[in-house]
Design a protein around this ligand. Structure first.
Ligand code: NAG
Ligand code: NAG
Ligand code: NAG
Ligand code: NAG
Ligand code: NAG
Length: 390
């Protein structure tokens, strides 16, 4: 395995180490606007409960990758080749050499794939600018010029076609630069950016199970990282030592996802000065949505000291109004942020806001015999966080 010289990794490790000496001031059961778990309640929010029978395997970097992509070449081409040549029992490795890759990457098929970069995540920069408001014709010209990049019969064809055949504007779901619909996918030391600033613009969309993202950067504004695009099947995602930035709902979806030793940063590059970080839309019968642990939640100079960031809101995907929300059948985002550093960016009086799609007001239960799976209330919790706004 290659050595990890990721700057964020070192930074987070340092912060987490220092934290051992700092105690949290977060007290159970918290308030009507900011509920806090007890030691006993928090004890079940551990990585293994989010992953069940899956134990994320270490990402091994082979001496000889199956494919090497050089600057100027197409990543999609190697992905297609690997999936066509492979089978479900043998992992294929694709190494990307340093460079900027202006393209979408769609990964579908039952071949376990590992895509990795160089010594630092920033060496390999995959970027495309597509938003929910991109017109279908512009989308087709941009991602599939002359119909050459995505062709019928390619493993990636379905993902392209689902978007390529819509009318009008493509919508959030099709704005993703990097789409994973392949179980057991691994990503290591890669930067993916959606540079569009006018609307929702997904950098990475995960629509698969047992996905491991490590030491990578995900850059965007609204809706940067979409984990769990399909809530009918279980989609487990391990996000490890990553850096994720944006301003609005920039970590969202239905997955059971663990963010371990990550840096999550609100940035003002789109000219906004209010922000919402997490927007989970967990199925109501699933107890484990997002777990943020041993991580750092911070902001740039636009946000530090401004008190204008919300930690989270429920997405309530598909629920049109607060009256349409049905406890137990509508999605009800589940999130625990624990053992993490929270910098001076949060609106501490109101760290959670009304649900994104339905407008359902935030509500919680601070009774000591509360049921943490009760879908009448939100399922957004904290435990043992520290830092200025914990
Ligand atoms: C899968 O691929 C590997 C190597 O590419 C090969 O050795 C193996 O026989 C293949 N298995 C099947 C079931 O085709
Ligand atoms: C894509 O977005 C980035 C970041 O917003 C920007 O710097 C770049 O100029 C954009 N590229 C194009 C071709 O619009
Ligand atoms: C978004 O795409 C996923 C598959 O990637 C699909 O399951 C889901 O229904 C789509 N959602 C919408 C609102 O189109
Ligand atoms: C942010 O909140 C803190 C603590 O409540 C307060 O002291 C500070 O003045 C606020 N800053 C702004 C810019 O409102
Ligand atoms: C999840 O499923 C529910 C119920 O079928 C649906 O209302 C909602 O839109 C789905 N969420 C996503 C993210 O597709």
């Amino acid at each position: 395995m290659g050595s990890i010289s990721n700057y964020h990794l070192t930074l987070v490790a340092l912060v987490v180490t220092l934290h051992l000496a700092i105690s949290s001031h977060q007290n159970y059961p918290g308030t009507e606007t900011r509920p806090i778990l007890s030691d006993d309640e928090a004890s079940k929010y551990q990585e293994e409960n989010y992953f069940g029978d899956w134990e994320p395997e270490e990402i091994i970097i082979p001496d000889e990758p199956d494919y090497i992509v050089k600057a100027g070449e197409s990543i999609q081409e190697s992905v297609n080749a690997a999936i066509k040549a492979g089978n479900s029992s043998t992992r294929k490795y694709i190494k990307i050499e340093a460079g900027v890759y202006t393209e979408t990457v769609y990964i579908a098929g039952d071949v376990p794939l590992t895509i990795y970069g160089g010594d630092s995540a920033s060496d390999v920069h995959i970027i495309q600018n597509i938003s929910a408001n991109t017109h279908i014709l512009d989308y087709m010209n941009l991602v599939n010029p002359e119909g050459a990049r995505y062709q019928e019969g390619d493993p990636a064809w379905d993902i392209y076609r689902e978007c390529g055949h819509k009318n009008g504007y493509i919508g959030t779901n099709c704005s993703a630069v990097f789409v994973v619909r392949s179980d057991q996918f691994q990503l290591m030391r890669i930067t993916v950016e959606n540079g569009a600033t006018d609307a929702q613009a997904v950098a990475v969309k995960i629509d698969a199970d047992k996905v491991h993202l490590m030491s990578s950067n995900f850059l965007g504004g609204q809706d940067t990282l979409f984990v769990g695009a399909n809530n009918k099947t279980e989609e487990r995602v391990h996000v490890h030592m990553c850096y994720i930035e944006g301003d609005t709902d920039f970590i969202f979806g239905a997955a059971s996802a663990v963010f371990n030793m990550c840096t999550v940063k609100v940035v003002g590059k789109r000219g906004k000065n209010t922000a919402i970080i997490f927007a989970p839309s967990t199925p109501p019968d699933r107890s484990y949505g997002f777990l943020v642990i041993d991580s750092v939640i911070t902001g740039d100079e636009v946000y530090l000291g401004s008190n204008k960031t919300s930690l989270a809101r429920a997405w309530d995907a598909g629920v049109q109004t607060a009256e349409d929300y049905v406890a137990g059948s509508s999605p009800n985002g589940q999130l625990v942020i624990r053992d993490s550093q929270i910098d001076a960016i949060i609106d501490v009086d109101q760290p959670y806001t009304a649900a994104a799609t339905s407008g359902r007001p935030f509500s919680t239960d601070i009774k000591t015999d509360r049921n943490l799976d009760d879908n009448v209330h939100n399922r957004l919790w904290e435990y043992n966080n520290y830092g200025d706004d914990a």
